[in-house]
Design a protein around this ligand. Structure first.
Ligand code: ATP
Length: 265
């Protein structure tokens, strides 16, 4: 029998956590067959932490982000933001996906305004659209249309569309995955700078161990599906990080080892 004290210890969120993922398991039903995707995942994220999630392809990372966003409900366990149960999407938790998914018939400004429009507060809060565009360095492109933007610029617009909500938790699902390597490095630096200025809690799914180590102050490595937390690694290095830093190179080797890969450089 579970005592009241033990039940409390198991179910009570970590004090002061911005996000608590508690014993979450999830599965999908595919043609009557159960596909387990997440297995007993517990992660407590402090306010302002930048947490990178790494794991084998298909292990369940995006599924976990969808649960945090409130887009799906877990089969078991709980998710809490600031101690309140996550049951549905909320502007305080916004997702940026790999594909910027801009509306081609709307200008940059109008695309960014979408979040405020959906909440019915655009009229009184128009300055927030300009602020968000300023933050991502696209103020001068406010009247441009998506087809006039490079891939990096389109992704900046997607980021501005998320930031206009002034989120407490920014959820990034491989947002730089489709960019060329130079744009990607530039945007990694911009992301760190944005995060440092705005202080939002960040969850980033990436396939790139180096990206995780340049950006995050914590890296969580998942197992194969169903994803379990295999390692929770603190990256104790100031920003900006240096890609040649031997400390980061050593962590990268450890992470790739956990993923079953041999780091040859
Ligand atoms: N809506 C869904 N219905 C059925 N199965 C799904 C659904 N969404 C995801 N899956 C399955 O769940 C598993 C985990 O998918 P998920 O996208 O979370 O993995 P991932 O770790 O983000 O993958 P990747 O790194 O390749 O993007 C996959 O096998 C996928 O096919």
């Amino acid at each position: 029998m579970v005592t009241a004290a033990l039940a409390e210890a198991v179910t009570h969120p970590a004090a002061g956590a911005a996000l608590d993922i508690e014993q979450v398991s999830h599965a999908f039903d595919i043609d009557g067959t159960e596909l387990p995707v997440l297995s007993d995942v517990s992660i407590s994220v402090e306010p302002g932490e930048f947490v990178a999630l790494l794991g084998p392809s298909g292990c369940g990372k995006s599924t976990l982000l969808r649960l945090v966003a409130g887009l799906d409900k877990p089969r078991a366990g709980r998710l809490r933001e600031d101690e309140s149960r996550i049951r549905s999407p909320h502007p305080s938790r916004v997702v940026v996906f790999q594909d910027p998914t801009l509306f081609p018939w709307r200008s940059v400004w109008d695309n960014v305004a979408l979040g405020l429009e959906a909440q019915g507060i655009l009229k009184s809060q128009r300055h927030r659209v300009d602020d968000a565009l300023d933050l991502v360095g696209l103020a001068s492109f406010r009247n441009a249309y998506p087809h006039q933007l490079s891939g990096g610029m389109a992704q900046r617009v997607a980021l501005a569309r998320a930031l206009v909500n002034d989120p407490k938790i920014l959820i990034l699902d491989e947002p730089l995955g489709k960019l060329d390597s130079l744009t990607r490095i530039t945007m990694q630096a911009e992301l760190v700078s944005l995060w440092q200025r705005k202080g939002f809690t960040t969850l980033l799914v990436t396939h790139d161990a180096e990206e995780a180590l340049v950006l995050a102050n914590r890296v969580i490595v998942f197992s194969d599906r169903p994803a379990r937390v295999k390692a929770d690694i603190r990256v104790d290095r100031p920003y900006p990080r240096h890609r040649g830093d031997p400390y980061l190179a050593d962590l990268r080797r450890q992470i790739l080892g956990l993923l079953g890969l041999d780091a040859t450089w």
